[in-house]
Design a protein around this ligand. Sequence first.
Ligand SMILES: [Zn+2]
Length: 177
Amino acid sequence: MIEDRGHFDGIGLTASGFVPVFGTTSTTQIRRSALAVATAPEPALRSTTASVAWSIALSPLVVMGLLAAAMSVRSEIASGESVGVMIVTAAFFLFFAGPAIIAFAIVALLSRENRRIRRGRPIGYRLWQAAWFCHRCAGCFWVSAPLAGLPAQQLMAPHQFRAMVWRAAGYIGGRPK
Ligand SMILES: [Zn+2]
């Protein structure tokens, strides 16, 4: 399949005009043809960078939540009140630790999805490589079934083909792109 890769360095505006900027502004852009996307052998991996960064940034709040909960319990005991101790303590803890817990959960979910994609890769690529694309019919087909249950010599629209490969590889649940 066709994949165009382009490399772009940034350009900065200074008093002396436009100058190329090196280093952090350098980005690699991948542009993929509509056909390459429609027949992609696997979903794109989910980026966990942002959610990991949030988890690290918010993790001190978990400690604060624990401290707040501990202080809540202590003051409740000191004042002799026991009604609602559990609720107040839990509320204190969740108020601080809640955002961090959500960030941890997002990291876990994205990682699980990426693991599923990596696990399915060998079979996904095998099925994808065994297939043909007919430019005249604009469809995909397998000459012989590469796996039991997959159709042989049956023309499929690219999106149907991709759905079949993704399902066989166990990517379902992965983000369609
Ligand atoms: Zn054809």
